[in-house]
Write a protein that binds this ligand. Structure first.
Ligand code: ACO
Length: 360
């Protein structure tokens, strides 16, 4: 049964609050706890203005526009300025999402930031965002699921809302990948960019919403994509610095293979749970890593190129921000209309993967 199926037949009854007692929202028909639908009520995204083109990169490392474009589809990416941290990118996307929802920062009950490029190991980037936004009522924490982070955050947020714990949750996927890229390594530096995508989630009676989310992980392949040092296993030292272990490392070929398999099966699982076929989906927003990965995923899902939203040519791989930026742009471009079904499919370090199916 899907999340919206479960709530479609259930209306919460008035709680009976008392000291220390959790309000009991019960479906009067089944006697079971009533879950609520969860709707996206606002979207926003932000990419910094500075553009780094493939031609710029060809002056920095031994590469070419032709190689990057043909292997990845990326033509340019955005770079945050030195005094702009991940929390700043996140705040700008969040302000836009709140404004599109017609809400104020003080209306937010919970902020979840998905990032692998936090401002610092602690406090969480979500707490820094809470302060910068002035969302002083909100609880705040980070989620770390690399490029899958936005869908992980969406899944977590939906449970808080459907269970009546919170009314308004702000999720943000935000990354300053440029701070963790080895700009002398042509294998990785051409792939990534900076940016942020945000969504405001609420229960809106009689509205469409999230149908299902599927999450997966395989820590057995953790070494395929990692930032080896700077944590408790290998604390920063002159040795880790000289070995350049504070930058992202990746086995690109193997990551590519695993990404296609995992994204396809996550997409298929979401469709099966919702009793939908790929033809029912108006817009598929895959994690924007590489046009060849997206084409392979679309082909194996049986989707047409017209169903697939891409912006990788302009932003590169923005990790946890990727599908958040894509969703915001797809809605603003009119690619998604009320009543459409939207499928997000993601994959990232961990390894992690996931999908989310939304009835818009
Ligand atoms: N410019 C020119 N040549 C390059 C470059 C470059 N920027 N990068 C690598 N090459 C060279 C390699 O050195 C290699 O040369 P060699 O044959 O002399 O050894 C050659 O190009 C071919 O390299 P391959 O690895 O075979 O290239 P491939 O076709 O696999 O493409 C790529 C590489 C684009 C990295 C691809 O493997 C890929 O997209 N992988 C997935 C990456 C990804 O999506 N990562 C993010 C996952 S999500 C997250 O959490 C961050």
């Amino acid at each position: 049964m899907t999340r919206s199926d479960r709530s479609a037949t259930s209306q919460p009854v008035d709680p009976v609050p008392g000291p220390g007692i959790v309000p009991a929202f019960t479906n009067p028909r089944t006697g079971r706890p009533a879950l609520r639908t969860v709707s996206v009520v606002g979207l926003g995204s932000y990419v910094p203005p500075q553009i780094l083109t493939n031609a710029d990169l060809a002056r920095m490392v031994d590469t070419s526009d032709d190689w990057i474009t043909s292997r990845t589809g990326i033509r340019e990416r955005r770079l945050a300025s030195p005094n702009e941290a991940t929390s700043d990118l996140a705040c700008e996307a969040a302000r836009r999402a709140l404004s599109s929802a017609g809400l104020r920062p003080q209306d937010v009950d919970l902020i979840i930031v998905a990032t692998i490029t936090p401002d610092m190991p602690f406090p969480s980037t979500a707490c820094l965002v809470q302060e910068k936004l002035g969302a002083n009522r909100a609880a705040a924490f980070d989620v770390q699921a690399a490029c899958s982070g936005y869908v992980y955050a969406l899944d977590i947020a939906s449970h808080f809302i459907s269970s009546h714990t919170y009314e308004t949750v702000l999720i943000i996927g935000a990354e300053k990948m440029s701070a963790f890229i080895d700009w002398t390594d042509r294998n990785t530096c051409v792939l990534f960019g900076d940016g942020a995508g945000a969504a405001v989630l609420q229960h809106r009676p009689h509205s469409h919403g999230l149908i299902t989310t599927c999450l997966g992980a395989n820590g057995g392949d953790a070494r395929l994509l990692e930032l080896p040092a700077g944590g408790s296993a290998r604390p920063a030292s002159p040795d880790t610095l000289s070995q350049r272990l504070h930058f992202l490392r990746m086995d690109g070929k193997e990551t590519f293979r695993k990404a296609v398999t995992a994204m396809v099966s996550a997409g298929q699982e979401a469709l099966a749970r919702a009793h939908l076929t790929i033809a029912d989906i108006r817009c598929i927003i895959p994690h924007q890593a590489n046009h060849r990965i997206m084409s392979a995923v679309a082909e194996r899902l049986g989707a047409t190129p017209e169903q697939v939203f891409t912006n990788v040519e302009r932003y590169g791989n923005t990790s946890a921000a990727s599908v958040g930026i894509g969703l915001d742009e797809a809605v603003r471009e009119g690619r998604i209309q009320t009543g459409d079904y939207v499928l997000l499919v993601v994959f990232g370090a961990g390894l992690t993967w996931g999908s989310a199916l939304i009835h818009w």
